[in-house]
Design a protein around this ligand. Structure first.
Ligand code: A4P
Ligand code: MG
Length: 175
């Protein structure tokens, strides 16, 4: 079984609904178990800035499927929740990025691991540090140290509402 981390973002419609729904869908197949979810954050758009603020969080998973299959699952959930790819880094109902998959490093046309931009982004590092503060990041800093630096220069605020997951019973038996 491998521990993986997923970055989750939404900036269209009922953002917390889409995030909750994505987590429910992620948790539903027997080969994926969502073990931790960070709090939700309101974050200023990075990259393409002419768009609404995002709601972001990070989830920790345990899974037996390959990183490619996991990415495929994430894309299927994005499609199910009405994601349309019109503008790179543009508005989206849901964005699910595979941040880390065990200690795998990989560069292929479809998948780069760890996610190449994660350590530059407060909207990833702050929630990641909430659930795994001592994780060692590329460059030798911990998640908590990096999050502390990024939150001083990028706009990020704790959201009022948090994730309300409906965890499936007896999930431990399924893996
Ligand atoms: N891809 C390669 N590696 C990965 C990976 N580790 N995880 C490929 C997920 N996908 C990966 O992604 C484009 C392609 O990246 C996919 O076909 C996949 O094979 P996409 O989700 O279709 O498009 P995107 O999200 O617009 O592009 P990208 O490059 O993933 O953007 P980012 O880096 O995810 O940034 N600001 C705030 N505040 N909060 C956000 O959540 N998100 C973005 C998107 C920009 N600004 C933001 C936020
Ligand atoms: Mg993406």
């Amino acid at each position: 079984m491998v521990t993986a981390y997923i970055g989750i973002g939404s900036n269209m419609g009922d953002k917390s609904f889409y995030i909750n729904k994505a987590l429910d869908l992620l948790h539903s197949p027997p080969e994926i178990k969502v073990v931790k979810v960070a709090p939700l954050y309101r974050t200023a758009p990075v990259g393409y800035t002419e768009q609404d603020w995002f709601l972001n969080t990070v989830a920790q998973l345990e899974t037996v499927i390959s990183p490619q299959k996991l990415l495929h699952q994430l894309q299927q959930i994005e499609n199910k929740l009405g994601r349309e790819r019109k503008i790179r880094w543009g508005p989206r109902t849901i964005d699910l990025d595979l941040l880390i998959y065990g200690d795998v490093t990989l560069t292929t046309p479809d998948l780069t691991l760890p996610h190449p931009r994660m350590t530059e982004r407060a909207f990833v590092m702050v929630p990641l540090a909430d659930i795994s503060p001592t994780m060692a990041m590329i460059g030798g800093k911990t998640a908590e140290e990096l999050a502390g630096e990024l939150m001083l220069v990028q706009e990020i605020y704790r959201a009022a509402a948090d994730v309300m997951m409906h965890m499936a019973p007896n999930k431990d038996d399924a893996l």
